[in-house]
Design a binder for this molecule. Structure first.
Ligand code: IMP
Length: 202
């Protein structure tokens, strides 16, 4: 029988990306497919810590192998901020958050505007001690004004080394290079091992 995996998200884009990656080998369900489960508090100070906390709590709550992610934007000139606080960096919309970022970086020259999106993914099995963590990064720098209409969050102000803003890429192009895409592809063998009956994580 096909193993079931809970991907602890309600984001349809992330779910589609994961399903594309594991194909038919694993039945991926999301939080939207299950009765409501109390949401773990993301109170750790690293992406890995938050992803692991979520994956372990969801695995225990459901009895299913659980995959959870945490991601954000780390800006070198701000000592790595907003980091794990990326979603809470400013009240209101994505636009309010990237405008605050552009404000904080006003006057900072191009070569000091380096930044990276980081995504930590954690796979936890119910009742098991060990959890598997994979991290993906996408390097770039913060531009001076928003560009492009795709994506979400800080995409319009995140400029890739090739010169385009992330928001100027299609979702397929973004998945090929994004922090989340990199982390998903690193996690893929561990997810496929669920189907092979291998003792994931030992
Ligand atoms: P989450 O971990 O997916 O909830 O993301 C946390 C926050 O980091 C989001 O609310 C965005 O502000 C930011 N973020 C994470 N990934 C991306 C991305 O691919 N593009 C733009 N912003 C992102």
């Amino acid at each position: 029988m096909k193993p079931r995996l809970l991907f602890a998200t309600t984001n349809p884009g992330k779910l589609r990306e994961l399903r594309g990656l594991v194909g038919d080998a694993v039945e991926v369900v999301s939080l939207s497919d299950l009765p409501p489960i109390p949401e773990p508090v993301e109170d750790q100070d690293t992406f890995e810590g938050n992803a692991e906390k979520k994956a372990r709590e969801y695995a225990e709550a459901t009895g299913l192998p659980a995959l959870a992610d945490d991601s954000g934007l780390c800006v070198d000139a701000l000592g790595g901020r907003p980091g794990v606080y990326s979603a809470r960096y400013a009240e209101g919309s994505d636009k309010a958050r990237y405008e605050k970022l552009l404000g904080e970086l006003s006057g900072v020259p191009d070569d000091e505007r380096t930044a990276a999106f980081v995504c930590a993914l954690c796979l936890a099995l119910p009742g098991r001690g060990r959890a598997i963590i994979e991290v993906g990064r996408c390097e770039g720098r913060i531009g001076h004004e928003p560009r492009g209409s795709h994506g979400f969050g800080y995409d319009p102000v995140f400029v890739l080394p090739q010169g385009k803003a992330l928001a100027e890429l299609t979702s397929e192009e973004k998945a090929g290079i994004s922090h989340r895409g990199v982390a998903f592809r690193k996690m893929r063998p561990h997810l496929l091992a669920l189907a092979g009956g291998s003792p994931v994580g030992g």
